[in-house]
Design a protein around this ligand. Structure first.
Ligand SMILES: *[C@@H]1O[C@H](CO)[C@@H](O)[C@H](O)[C@H]1NC(C)=O
Ligand SMILES: *[C@@H]1O[C@H](CO)[C@@H](O)[C@H](O)[C@H]1NC(C)=O
Ligand SMILES: *[C@@H]1O[C@H](CO)[C@@H](O)[C@H](O)[C@H]1NC(C)=O
Ligand SMILES: *[C@@H]1O[C@H](CO)[C@@H](O)[C@H](O)[C@H]1NC(C)=O
Ligand SMILES: *[C@@H]1O[C@H](CO)[C@@H](O)[C@H](O)[C@H]1NC(C)=O
Length: 440
C-alpha cells in the first residue's frame, strides 16, 4: 500500500519535474496580452516577455516607440499616428488630436465651447458629450472613443506584426483622476478595436510598476508626471500587494510647451534687438519655434547650444515700400543656466501640488520611500534637482520617462497573461472618493 502511494508520488514528482524542465527549456510562449498607454499626445504599446522577464515597447513602421495621438480622415482612408500628423497642415479640419480630453466626459455647454475654440477641427456638443465633425466626401461625426479605437487598432496591428500572433486581449492605463464613465468609454474604445480589456490601471500605478515597486518593500510612492501641457502628482500607498491612490494634485496648465514658450519669447526679443524688428511671418515664427524646441531637448544633455535660423524680416532697409523681406541669419547661444533662469518661476510651481498631496496624505516628505518621474519634461536637469533637493533623495529615473507608463502596463499585462515564472501581482484598490486638486 505504502509502496503504491510512493510510486504514485514518484510519478507525480516526475510529471511535475517534466513540466518544470519543459517550461525551462521550451521556447518561451509568445505574449498574448498587450499593455496600452493611450496618452493625450502620444500612445505606446508594450509586451512582457516571460522568457527574458523584459518589457518590449513596440516600434511603428518609422521605428518610433510612441505614436502621436492623432487620427486623420481623408476621402480614401483613416490614418493614425505619424501618418495623421503629416496631414495636420493640409487637412486640419479632419485631423483630430487630444481626443482623450473629451472621452467619456459630460461638459457644461460653456466649457465645451471654450474647449472647442482651441482646435482647428469642429467639436459638436451632443447633449454634453463631444463629437467631432468630419467633412471628406460626405459629412459625418465621430466620437472620442472612435478616435481612441483607431489609435488602439494601429497599436494592436503593430504588436501583431512584431509578435506574429493575433492579439485580442489587453491591459490599458488611464489617468488616476478618470471617473467610472471615462474608464468605461476608454474600454469601449478598446472594444471597438477588437480588444478585450482585462484590467484598467491608473497611470501613476503603472509608472511605479515600471520600477518594480510592486515587488519591493515600499509604502509611500510619489509619482510626478510632467508632460507637454500638464502636471500630475499622485501619492500612492502600497499595502501588501495593493496600490491605493491616497492623494492627487496637479496643474493642467503647466508643462514642456510653457518652457519652450519662454525660450521663444527670449529669442524673439533677441531678434528685435539685433535687427530692429520682431519676426512676424508665420513661417519665421514656426522655424524659431522648432529651433527652440530642439534647443530645449539638447539642453537636457548639453550645457549650451547654438541656434541658427534664417529669417525673412520686414526690415525698414529691405525695400522702399517695405514689401520685400530681407533674409537674415539669426544666431544665438543658449546656455542651460539661461534656460533655467527664464523658467525658474514655472519650475517652482511644480512643488505646490507635491506639497498638497503630502498634506492630504498626512505625510512628511521624509515618509516618501520612492519618487518616480514620468513624462518628457522630467528630463530637465533643473526639475530633477528641484525634486531631489526638496525630498533630500534621488528620484527613480532609470526608465525612459516617456515609456514608464507603457512599461508598467506591459508588466501588468504579463501578470494577467499568466507569464511564468509567476510575478508578484499589484492590485489596485479603486478610490472612488478621491478628488484632484488643481493649481493653475
Ligand atoms: C471620394 O471621392 C473620390 C474622388 O473625388 C473617390 O476617389 C473616392 O473613392 C471617394 N471616397 C468614398 C469613400 O466615396
Ligand atoms: C441628455 O442627457 C441627459 C442626462 O445626461 C439625459 O437624461 C437625457 O435623456 C439626454 N437626452 C438625449 C436627447 O439624449
Ligand atoms: C460602467 O460599466 C459598468 C460595467 O459595464 C457598468 O456597470 C456601470 O454602470 C458603468 N458606469 C458608468 C458611469 O457608465
Ligand atoms: C541637438 O543635437 C542634435 C544631435 O545631438 C543635433 O543634430 C542638433 O543640431 C542639435 N540642435 C541644436 C539646436 O543644438
Ligand atoms: C529606484 O527603484 C528601485 C526599486 O526597483 C530601488 O531599489 C532604487 O533604490 C530606487 N531609487 C533610485 C534612486 O534609483
Amino acid at each position: 500500500m505504502s509502496g503504491e502511494i510512493s510510486m504514485i508520488g514518484s510519478v507525480i514528482l516526475a510529471l511535475f519535474l517534466a513540466g518544470y524542465l519543459g517550461q525551462q527549456y521550451l521556447p518561451p510562449p509568445k505574449p498574448k496580452v498587450i499593455g496600452l498607454d493611450l496618452g493625450t499626445t502620444f500612445c505606446s504599446v508594450g509586451v512582457f516577455h516571460p522568457g527574458s522577464g523584459e518589457v518590449e515597447v513596440i516600434a511603428d513602421e518609422e521605428g518610433k516607440k510612441s505614436i502621436p495621438s492623432a487620427v486623420s480622415f481623408t476621402t480614401t482612408a483613416v490614418l493614425a499616428g505619424h501618418e495623421a500628423v503629416d496631414l495636420a497642415d493640409t487637412n486640419p479640419q479632419n485631423t483630430i488630436y487630444d481626443a482623450k480630453r473629451f472621452i467619456g466626459k459630460i461638459f457644461e455647454p460653456e466649457v465645451m465651447e471654450q474647449e472647442s475654440a482651441r482646435y482647428p477641427f469642429k467639436v459638436i456638443n451632443n447633449n454634453g458629450s463631444a463629437e467631432f465633425l468630419i467633412s471628406t466626401n460626405h459629412t459625418f461625426t465621430v466620437s472620442p472613443e472612435y478616435i481612441g479605437s483607431r489609435l488602439l487598432l494601429k497599436m494592436r496591428k503593430m504588436a501583431e506584426k512584431q509578435l506574429g500572433v493575433p492579439i485580442q486581449k489587453a491591459v490599458i492605463s488611464v489617468p488616476a483622476e478618470f471617473d467610472e464613465r471615462q474608464r468605461n468609454y476608454t474600454v469601449r474604445a478598446a472594444n471597438l478595436a477588437g480588444l478585450e480589456i482585462l484590467r484598467v490601471i491608473n497611470e501613476p500605478t503603472a509608472a511605479a510598476m515600471a520600477y518594480g515597486l510592486h515587488k519591493v518593500d515600499v509604502f509611500n510612492v510619489l509619482v510626478v508626471d510632467l508632460g507637454g501641457g500638464t502636471l500630475d502628482v499622485s501619492l500612492l500607498n502600497k499595502q501588501g500587494g495593493m496600490f491605493l491612490t491616497r492623494a492627487m494634485a496637479g496643474n493642467n496648465k503647466l508643462g514642456g510647451q510653457d518652457f519652450s514658450q519662454r525660450l521663444l519669447q527670449y529669442t524673439t526679443e533677441r531678434v528685435q534687438q539685433e535687427f530692429g524688428v520682431p519676426p512676424t511671418l508665420k513661417e519665421d515664427i514656426h522655424h524659431l519655434r522648432q529651433a527652440v524646441e530642439a534647443a530645449k531637448l539638447n539642453l537636457t544633455l548639453q550645457p549650451s547650444v547654438t541656434i541658427m535660423v534664417p529669417l525673412h524680416l520686414q526690415t525698414s532697409g529691405s525695400s522702399p515700400e517695405g514689401a520685400a523681406p530681407a533674409t537674415v541669419h539669426f544666431q544665438a547661444m543658449i546656455t542651460r543656466e539661461l534656460f533655467e533662469e527664464l523658467n525658474e518661476d514655472l519650475f517652482q510651481k511644480i512643488l505646490a501640488p507635491v506639497k498638497t498631496v503630502l498634506a492630504e496624505g498626512h505625510l512628511e516628505k521624509e515618509d516618501v520611500d520612492e519618487i518616480v518621474l514620468v513624462g518628457g519634461s522630467t528630463r530637465i536637469p533643473r526639475i530633477r534637482r528641484l525634486i531631489s533637493e526638496f525630498f533630500g533623495k534621488e528620484p527613480n529615473t532609470s526608465v525612459d520617462p516617456d515609456l514608464a507608463v507603457v512599461t508598467g502596463v506591459a508588466i501588468q499585462a504579463g501578470i494577467m497573461g499568466g507569464s511564468w515564472p509567476l510575478q508578484v501581482s499589484a492590485i489596485e484598490i479603486p478610490n472612488r472618493h478621491l478628488r484632484k486638486t488643481n493649481f493653475s
